[in-house]
Design a protein. Structure first.
Ligand SMILES: Cc1ncc(COP(=O)(O)O)c(C=O)c1O
Ligand SMILES: Cc1ncc(COP(=O)(O)O)c(C=O)c1O
Lengths: 426, 135, 426, 135
């Protein structure tokens, strides 16, 4: 692979009606400079966190430079301005995920905190000894460990839906475990370790029929495809801003208003109260009840800017773009001997995340050679150790696509695989 | 100070109309402004048909905006039917105040409206949308 | 007060050996523009949140533009770079507060989360029915409500140290309540509602003799004076980055290593585990055990830049600067009839935060007139309702100084008081 | 690939020295790399005075760096006193590997050192500072 000029802006379009990933790279300053080895940066780690477009960085800097003050209680121009922008971001998020009301949008740090909030607040109020919770074997640790802690604390039982050899949820097992009457099913819409897209709308319907609430971990789906909580029908949804072009330190819990209204606070302190006496406190309405202390003000505003950027492209187009990259990469990797790809074959149920292993080469070594080639991928258990256990692997290498990737990046990926095999094979 | 605090706002603040507690009363409700903790109550006496407002009073301490707003709002209530009150538009009260109310003061200006609605609807109501925008 | 040119850079120095607040305003872009009313912005609300210097905004933008990736597990240049900068910020924070090791620095969202973390993790492990906890009547809600929730949950008792008429802790009452044997004393080093500086080193010694651990809420002290956890001798310390020139969404919990080591996790998920199976999880070392999920990466780096800025000025100088502003403002307000000042007289025990009330004028109205004059102050209960109750006030107006303020700002404050009295008095 | 994976690293990876479990043994310890979950164990047989290492073996699956590092480290242990082992400098092992180890791979390179220290010190030890820097 030759060294290419930084962020070449072309008008080449990938796929009908979609945009050019090559051109979009010009929006992301991280692509301006070559890597230490003088290579063009091929960033294939969106699933861990995404680069930020200039529009988001500038929105953040502008918020800090000219519109920053603490929110909600300041009777002066700057605070009113900051508050209006912060609450405007909440409305943008509501629109992005189809929430009926922005009052259902709780700002948290990340998807992990969103899930912990539900586990602590909903879980400790609604779970009794002997109750069941259901999650799946393909979850990120963020959607496993909080439920393990919760069920251990209250004496409830946690069950896991099994996964098939090609990384899909085993729907028979799901039906069987729903029949055990869990109070809640927590599952990812897209697996970060396998790329699997779960049919969350269908599953939610099954779960509701069985009397279970449904929490959807949208950390890997919200950045990459259109999301509509009404269409999914779920009860809670969690996402992270940093995976969808937004700042770090900001994430979202969405919950149905009537559920949130009935939930006690998680963290307590300023802003989330109505009245405090030495005897006790009276709590504010949702979503404020769940936002104790000074929130990530500018980061929420930055997330709003990220949503504007995504909306301008169109989430349908983003999904279509990544599907094409997936298809090409999946096929190309399939042609290289010694490559084992994980997850489903069908592009309808596989997002732009490809986990793979190279025969006889440890994924850490793969990533090191890739890095040398300018290709940034992740290697490890991807915070999904039960998936690794399921396939008896210590780790995998994972390439994940986003809107700034193009077919050159797919070629870089397969070139890097060959280069790695050469180092270790020759 | 231009029109930030018009004389008539200050006049209502210094000498509020309809201040106190009606005893006996038919309806009573109290609520507070979460941004500052100021509390306000309202007591209403109805006519014999229990359909229209015969008398009204508000009570509680607060800022000039909330006190003037309550004074102005209550001045206008006698003779109104409960249905009319329920249908009242909070925007009109803001207009009646006649001064620009910044977003951070909207809850001050609309606390009286919220308390009144709580009284005639038999329980706490949500803040009008105007006052929600900035949390 | 006349309209002044934006951020006049002068070399006038306030106080011997200190810096010029007037000159420093040039570092803060928020002072570039006049207010809506065409006035110079006089920002007296640092206690709620501080403006950001260009150096911090640029460090943030640079981190997002050129050094951003997820941390800790990426085997590629960008992630290694981001991780080194993120962990470098942790070391900077440790140095800033005199922590023996950066392993004792836990990144959280804000001081509120820091306190909640201790309440959930230390509190639920170490508190039994009948135990006592001690806090004070001058605390921010963030240092009251988590303890109310905790003690209610475990059946323990929460007590409050009384405050004197001039806003100091009643040391006799403190001694008496320590004699009741509380397991922990949680108190602010500086009160955000009264400005009181508590003698936390002396109090910690008293508490330790009585067998109580001590949590210091340094949200209002860390930005304004030198802090050294070894000199204070406390066991936990909480602070918020956004009050000390840093980004929103980042705060710090410091705790003694042996205490943190013995504490169970608070939130759970990625990064904070060593191993996850379907049966349970094994948790990582501190501080990672307490940092579930993707942290506020760039915000931590931004906090590091804020600390660099403060270190360059010298925290002793910052304190001295604010002491002079306090003395001048306290005296000037004292000369205006109809002004009641709260908190102690002695500048040694009063930080640059002045809470006051104007006879017959509600603090909300005060703040509105101030805003009209370009003076940003806070009005309300300052998330310290028990303080309001203690002095039978619905609210106060609060002016709080920082390094960019100068004596012109003190004059603007007193001018605004007179203007307010004129509106309401005439 | 320049010197990223020198031939002798790959040689140690493909044909590791001292691989397996000594049975019986005097000392045994296992630990893992939290960033990837890779586990490694080490078993040691001591001389009659229980002072010096008579034989050593490591076991576990892992990347080329961790396997080569364990292979190289264990090659050098026979005859060393336990005190010498306790005093070993992790930097020397990094030098012995002879390839640049990026910060993210330091734990891979030093896992064998950590496991060895755990074995001779009778319990898990902290990561060497070199490997701490980047969490
Ligand atoms: C004394 C004190 N403690 C805690 C807090 C809470 O800080 P944050 O809202 O950043 O969590 C504040 C903020 O006003 C404070 O002044
Ligand atoms: C499916 C899934 N859920 C949850 C998370 C946790 O996200 P965060 O670390 O932002 O909390 C991730 C991040 O990798 C993820 O991929």
């Amino acid at each position: 692979m030759a060294v290419e000029p930084a962020s070449p802006i072309t008008t080449r379009t990938i796929g009908p009606g979609a945009f050019s990933g090559t051109a979009l790279r010009g929006d992301f300053p991280v692509f301006d400079a070559p890597t230490r080895q003088g290579k063009r940066l091929v960033y294939l780690d969106a699933a861990a966190s995404s680069p930020k477009p200039r529009a988001v960085i500038e929105a953040l800097a502008d918020a800090y430079a000219h519109h920053y003050a603490n929110v909600h209680r300041g009777i002066y121009e700057l605070s009113e301005d900051a508050t209006a922008r912060f609450e405007g971001a909440r409305r943008r998020v509501a629109g992005f995920i189809g929430a009926p009301s922005e009052r259902e949008i709780v700002f948290v740090r990340n998807a992990t905190e969103a899930i912990n909030l539900v586990a602590y607040s909903w879980g400790r109020t609604n779970l009794s000894p002997g109750d069941r919770l259901l999650t799946t074997q393909l979850e990120h640790h963020a959607n496993i460990v909080p439920w393990q802690q919760l069920t251990a604390e209250v004496g409830a039982t946690l069950e896991y839906v099994a996964i098939t050899d090609d990384g899909r949820l085993d729907m028979d097992d799901l039906a069987a475990k729903l029949a055990n009457g869990p109070k809640l099913l927590a599952l990812a819409q897209v697996s970060n370790a396998l790329g699997t897209i779960n049919p969350v709308a269908e599953i939610t319907e099954m779960a509701h029929r069985a009397g279970a609430l449904v929490l959807v971990d949208a950390a890997q789906s919200a950045p990459h495809m259109p999301i509509d909580v009404r269409q999914i029908g779920c009860d809670f949804l969690a996402l992270s801003g940093h995976k969808m072009l937004g700042p770090s330190g900001i994430g979202i819990l969405w919950g149905r208003r009537e559920l949130l209204d009935a939930m006690p606070p998680f963290m307590t302190g300023g802003s989330m109260i109505i009245r405090v006496t030495l005897e006790g406190a009276e709590f504010n309405e949702v979503p404020y009840r769940f936002e104790a202390g000074t929130p990530a003000i500018a980061e929420a505003i930055g997330l709003g800017a990220a949503i504007d950027y995504l909306d301008a492209l169109g989430m349908d187009n983003v999904r279509e773009h990544e599907r094409l990259l997936f298809e090409r990469a999946w096929a190309a990797l399939g042609e290289i001997p010694g490559v084992r790809r994980l997850g489903p074959d069908d592009p309808d149920t596989h997002a732009g995340v490809i986990s793979f292993v190279l025969d006889g080469i440890h994924p850490h070594d793969v990533a090191t050679v890739f890095d040398h080639e300018g290709v940034a991928v992740r290697a490890g258990h991807h915070c999904a150790m039960p998936v690794m256990t399921r396939y008896d692997l210590p780790a995998t290498t994972r390439a994940s696509f986003y809107l700034y990737n193009d077919t050159d990046d797919v070629d870089a990926l397969t070139d890097a695989v060959r280069a790695t095999q050469q180092v270790f094979g020759g | 100070m231009d029109n930030l605090y018009r004389d008539f706002i200050l006049e209502h603040y210094r000498n509020p109309h309809n201040k106190g507690v009606l005893d006996p009363h038919d309806l009573h409700f109290a609520d507070s402004n979460p941004t500052c903790g100021d509390e306000m109550s309202m007591s209403l006496r109805l006519d014999d048909g229990k359909e229209r407002i015969a008398d009204v009073a508000f009570d509680g301490r607060g800022c000039a905006i909330s006190q003037a707003s309550a004074s102005i709002l209550t001045d206008d209530l006698r003779g109104k039917s409960l249905d009319d009150v329920r249908a009242m538009d909070p925007g009109e009260l803001l207009d009646d105040l006649g001064v620009p109310i910044g977003p951070a003061r909207l809850k001050c200006a609309l606390l009286s409206y919220k308390v009144l609605q709580g009284a005639v609807q038999g329980g706490a109501v949500a803040w009008p949308e105007e006052a929600e925008a900035v949390g």
